[in-house]
Design a protein around this ligand. Structure first.
Ligand code: IMP
Ligand code: MG
Length: 181
């Protein structure tokens, strides 16, 4: 198995898909859109751990409205590059979402199975509204029907790392998104 190291990415061995500047610019636009839609609603933002921690933290810094933040942790990948398709709940939310406006914050949408799982789970708690934001979404990879309300970027169906996204728990701390060829 190839060992991927942080340094190899910094020295240009792997193609950079999204620069830190491009990501931050898009986050500003998304935050402005969300602020308009939720300005008097005090939404609860639920970050999906671990991947969305970086996106959520940059997003809320740009979000100039009152909001609450919570996290949920699920896993579907078994450690390598393919999803097991089996979603496991690792940490539940602590907040009460009944009658609240909920916005789920994801890093990347691939098959959509995680989104579907979260949609069913949160809807069972009867929120006032439920929407989804994801930084990335892969083209031609959906296995189920779902809707993403706010999207950073469409990308090709390739494995990517950095900016929260990992390979076997590493490389999350890269400030840009890279394609793992
Ligand atoms: P889905 O349930 O197939 O849509 O997969 C969603 C989750 O799988 C994401 O939230 C990520 O945690 C992970 N994932 C999907 N594609 C990638 C990738 O290219 N790199 C790293 N993680 C990924
Ligand atoms: Mg994720």
């Amino acid at each position: 198995m190839t060992e991927y190291r942080l340094k190899d990415f910094e020295y240009g061995q792997y193609p950079q898909l999204l620069s830190p500047e491009k990501i931050q610019q898009r986050i500003k636009e998304l935050a402005a859109e969300i602020a308009r839609d939720y300005h008097d609603k005090c939404p609860v933002l639920i970050g999906v751990l671990n991947g969305a921690f970086m996106f959520l933290s940059d997003l809320v810094k740009e979000l100039k409205i009152d909001c609450e933040i919570d996290f949920i942790k699920i896993s579907s990948y078994s450690g390598e590059r393919t999803s097991s398709g089996q979603i496991k709940l690792k940490k539940d939310i602590d907040c009460h979402v009944e009658d609240r406006h909920v916005l789920v914050v994801e890093d990347i949408v691939d098959s959509g199975l995680s989104i579907k799982y979260l949609e069913d789970k949160i809807n069972a708690c009867q929120p006032k509204s439920l929407k989804f934001i994801s930084l990335l979404r892969k083209r031609n990879s959906a296995k189920v029907d779902f809707n993403i309300d706010y999207l950073g970027f469409w990308i090709e169906n390739e494995f990517v790392v950095g900016y929260g996204l990992d390979l076997a728990q590493k490389l999350r701390n890269l400030p840009a998104v890279y394609i793992l060829k």
